[in-house]
Write a protein that binds this ligand. Structure first.
Ligand SMILES: [Zn+2]
Length: 318
């Protein structure tokens, strides 16, 4: 692979997602995924065992023990890392595909990725193709999690996940159409990010930030140094909540908490549709056989140091 090929996605990542780098006081995709898998697995163990006792600290080994699967703790850890790896790789492999990150109001396409992915995961599980299921699961988790950072769901005051994203028959609520203006004109002077129009908030209209080279007039930007839709010198004027220092970073904690809850709901839906706890446990690696499939714990980036002094690779380990 050429250097130029790697450099572009590496740079885009810095401004395109709940982060995949470690940021103090912020949750990245790895942490959101890790916490969600543990919470969902705990719920399933609890339902399967009336005597289940919640571990003091929620980590893979302690939870494996509480689920009476103590010998499988390391496999569980590995299964979580594999799913997380594919989540992170979505930012590399689909850096400029807006629908994978719910950028630029691509709500229907983003939802389509999630619901078709769900169907695919359920089929793979029923055929015992757990490697394939883990890969697709990581991908759709990424897209689902980005919704809460890149749309205005949190700014509209919602505190629960948008269930229509994972249910094919439910209609996405109140989407802005192409002509609807959603954000105030960027002044370039604010450090609090772009301002959503009052009418958007009052009517609870759903929008997301545009990312890349240009945007239709009156629409919100994603924001960040590599988002050129804001206009020169106005990089802060976006609505993303990727980390606490981003345009709408003051809402980062709310966004990441709802992203965790949404990921738990996604896992719960998979468990219910495959209709057997053991199938779900195999998906997350909580089983006798070591989970197989592609995985790296570190993904190196050429030239990453230019933007992130202390990081030249993405770390899957939590
Ligand atoms: Zn993303």
């Amino acid at each position: 692979m050429s250097r130029a090929f790697l450099l572009l996605p590496a740079l885009l990542i810095g401004a395109h997602s709940f982060h995949i780098l470690k940021k103090d006081k912020s949750k990245n995709h790895q942490e959101i995924t890790y916490t969600a898998i543990l919470r969902a697995t705990k719920n399933i163990c609890m339902k399967a065992d009336a005597k289940f006792q919640e571990p003091k600290t929620l980590d893979p080994k302690a939870l494996a023990k509480a689920c009476r699967k103590e010998a499988f703790g390391s496999n569980f850890e590995l299964g979580i890392k594999m799913i997380t790896y594919h989540n992170v790789m979505t930012d590399l492999q689909h850096a400029s595909d807006e629908e994978f990150h719910f950028d630029s109001e691509r709500f229907k396409d983003g939802k389509q990725l999630i619901t078709s992915g769900l169907k695919n995961i359920e089929d793979s599980i029923m055929k015992n193709k757990f490697d394939d299921a883990r890969e697709r699961l990581g991908q759709i988790m990424h897209t689902l999690q980005d919704f809460y950072s890149h749309s205005n769901w949190i700014e509209l005051g919602y505190t629960k996940p948008c269930t229509a994203l994972i249910n094919p028959d439910d209609k996405l609520p109140n989407l802005a159409d192409k002509a609807t203006k959603t954000c105030e004109e960027s002044s370039g002077k604010t450090s609090n990010g772009a301002k959503l129009l009052k009418s958007i908030i009052e009517k609870k209209i759903l929008t997301s930030g545009y990312f890349g080279g240009s945007k239709p007039s009156g629409k919100c930007s994603h924001g960040g140094t590599l988002d050129f839709t804001t206009g020169f010198g106005k990089g802060a004027d976006g609505i993303n909540k990727d980390y606490d220092g981003s345009s709408h970073g003051k809402d980062h904690n709310k966004a990441s908490e709802v992203a965790i809850a949404a990921t738990v709901e996604l896992l719960d839906k998979i468990w219910k549709s495959v209709n057997q706890a053991d199938r779900f446990f195999s998906l997350v690696g909580l089983q006798k056989d070591t989970p197989s499939g592609e995985m790296k714990t570190y993904i190196p980036f050429i030239d990453f140091k230019s933007r992130y002094k202390d990081a030249n690779q993405v770390n899957i380990n939590i």
